[in-house]
Design a protein around this ligand. Structure first.
Ligand SMILES: *[C@@H]1O[C@H](CO)[C@@H](O)[C@H](O)[C@H]1NC(C)=O
Ligand SMILES: *[C@@H]1O[C@H](CO)[C@@H](O)[C@H](O)[C@H]1NC(C)=O
Ligand SMILES: *[C@@H]1O[C@H](CO)[C@@H](O)[C@H](O)[C@H]1NC(C)=O
Ligand SMILES: *[C@@H]1O[C@H](CO)[C@@H](O)[C@H](O)[C@H]1NC(C)=O
Ligand SMILES: *[C@@H]1O[C@H](CO)[C@@H](O)[C@H](O)[C@H]1NC(C)=O
Ligand SMILES: [Ca+2]
Length: 527
């Protein structure tokens, strides 16, 4: 009986659907214990957790109130957008509400009054959380779909953006790209960014209202038309480079580049029928939790994985404190059907007590020393337990030993310091005259020029004499008639020839005068 229960529990992950549970309590010959599996949260309607931004400012219609027409009825311009009237306003949030039966609510742009200046709008969706798409992105346009648009994505909360898909009624003309269909992609091109003409042609504003980013069609390349063979998809997601990331986003941006034209050319005499109107943006996906969580909750304004396997972080992207005896790893879909949890291990539990503070996954026994030591310490660490910093690095005293950033580069100035090592507080050893933690400054009375050199002149003790000026502490610029390091020497004294005006007078009146002045000085000197 007990065995049967164990068997049932063991089969539970399969019965629940793939990767739905992270662990189960199983009884084996050795007694009951936890067994761990790769796990992921359920797919959700991501529009419920999104923040939206529409650009440029003033692109939303209704301020000031404006009339607009439709392509079906271009001369009956009775519709009005008025931001100050809740019944006639079309704010961005109406792209994410739930549609009541029949009546569509939508965001709407201003009309194309400024034609031929392009009518451009960006709709940016942000989750502040990485999300794995599990179904098509579906954007519903009222009054016709744009004739040119583009979908972009970010994987780093909007710091960098990448094209995701191009849409145009003529891909060659709009983007200089051949038109392709996702259905025609193959296993090696499943993550290709392409231009499609399937969602941009005019078909009447009521008939074809949606623009898609086809996630299912791309999945189907591996999982078959009805997505029956998900095992094959999961296997591919593990092995094909970049495939998982292709379906992962933190932000999406629709760049609307040209509105619906009603199947003809722009009619300049009636620009009130050209605008964008989006009633719904459906994004279906799951929180990316690196296969370490089966729950994702909305807390403090952001989605967060409820991490298992002793991992932590928004995406379960690192090991919990005191569970860093080996480096963090994402869980794996493989081997099928339960995958590998790749759980974080408690310090001291792995490798017969050889602690490596999470900087190494390998230990090795050194026979003649009779010790076990960590191998290939990462994160600039070294030592038997990766407990020291490599030469040229120093320990961050406010970081735990198992922190990835525990070792900080010394960064000693190559010219100012004796070598590239530093002491425990990051101070480098400086050459003569150099100072500062990194030896990139000079002591007082030294100047920097490919290293520190003692001042030749300054404003205190090493004053330039006889009206000379000190140039960058490097040398005195002496007036005519004087020389020497500090202009302390009269040229007349040094060399009688210089006092002989006839030799030094050349050209301009100024030189002549200066020469005469020098002669005069010589004469005084002689007195
Ligand atoms: C839309 O976003 C792109 C960057 O992705 C930017 O270059 C462009 O200027 C934006 N357009 C508008 C109308 O804000
Ligand atoms: C994004 O999420 C992180 C982690 O949950 C949170 O600390 C941060 O405040 C969020 N940022 C915004 C702009 O919501
Ligand atoms: C995580 O750590 C706890 C102890 O705090 C332990 O009971 C549990 O089995 C660990 N989980 C995994 C997946 O290693
Ligand atoms: C040292 O570690 C602390 C804690 O992890 C971190 O906040 C700080 O930025 C680190 N200092 C440097 C210089 O990297
Ligand atoms: C490191 O060197 C600096 C400068 O010489 C010194 O002030 C500091 O006390 C030294 N720190 C340690 C831990 O030796
Ligand atoms: Ca709506």
């Amino acid at each position: 009986m007990l065995y049967l229960v164990a068997l049932l529990l063991h089969c539970l992950p399969l019965a629940m659907g793939q990767y739905d549970i992270c662990k189960s309590w199983v009884t084996t010959d050795d007694g009951p214990s936890w067994e761990f599996y790769a796990c992921q949260p359920k797919a959700m309607r991501m529009k419920d957790y999104v923040t939206v931004r529409v650009d440029p400012a003033g692109i939303t219609c209704g301020d000031p109130p404006e009339r607009f027409c439709t392509h079906e009825n271009p001369y009956l311009c009775s519709d009005e957008c008025d931001a100050s009237n809740p019944d006639l306003a079309h704010p961005p949030k109406l792209m994410f509400d739930s549609e009541d039966e029949g009546l569509a609510t939508y965001w709407q742009s201003v009309t194309w009054r400024r034609y031929p200046e392009p009518l451009l709008a960006n709709i940016t969706l942000s989750w502040n959380k990485s999300i794995e798409l599990t179904d098509d992105i579906v954007i519903t346009f009222e009054y016709g779909r744009p004739t040119i648009m583009m979908l972009e994505k970010s994987l780093d909360n909007g710091r960098t953006w990448h094209p995701y898909q191009y849409y145009a009624d003529d891909c060659m003309e709009a983007f200089s790209m051949p038109a392709r269909r996702v259905r025609d992609l193959s296993t090696t091109s499943a993550n290709r960014v392409l231009c499609t003409e399937e969602y941009s042609r005019w078909a009447g504003s009521k008939k074809e209202k949606t623009v898609r980013f086809e996630v299912r069609d791309r999945f189907a390349i591996f999982a078959g038309p009805d997505l029956k063979n998900m095992d094959n998809l999961y296997t591919r997601l593990e092995s094909a480079k970049g495939l998982k990331d292709f379906f992962t986003v933190t932000d999406l941006r629709m760049r609307l580049l040209r509105p619906a034209l009603g199947g003809t050319y722009v009619q300049r005499e009636n620009l009130y029928k050209y605008f964008y109107a989006v009633s719904n943006i459906e994004v279906t996906g799951r929180c990316k939790c690196n296969l370490h969580a089966n729950l994702c909750t909305f807390k403090e304004g952001s989605l967060q994985c409820e991490c298992e396997h002793n991992t932590t972080g928004q995406d379960c992207g690192k090991c919990k404190k005191n569970f860093r005896s080996r480096s963090w790893r994402a869980g794996s879909y493989l081997p099928l059907p339960n995958g590998s949890p790749n759980a974080c291990a408690a310090a001291g539990s792995a490798f017969g007590n050889c602690e490596c503070y999470g900087h190494s996954n390998r230990c090795s026994y050194i026979d003649f020393l009779n010790v076990v030591t960590c191998v290939s310490c990462k994160h600039n660490t070294r030592g038997q337990h990766c407990q020291h910093c490599r030469l040229g690095f120093y320990r961050n005293s406010s970081a735990e030993l198992d922190d990835e950033n525990v070792c900080i580069e010394c960064n000693c100035n190559q010219i100012g310091s004796m070598h590239d090592r530093c002491n425990e507080t990051g101070y480098c050893e400086c050459k003569e005259g150099a100072t500062g933690p990194k030896c990139d400054d000079c002591l007082p009375n030294y100047y920097w020029r490919q290293g520190c050199f003692p001042n030749v002149c300054d404003d205190e003790l090493l004053l330039c004499q006889n009206g000379g000026t000190c140039y960058q502490n490097q040398r005195c610029i002496c007036p005519v008639g004087f020389k020497g390091v500090l202009c302390q020497q009269s040229r007349c004294e040094a060399d009688k020839k210089d006092c002989d005006g006839a030799h030094s007078v050349r050209g301009s009146l100024g030189t002549v005068l200066l020469g005469l002045f020098a002669l005069q000085l010589c004469a005084w000197g002689g007195l």
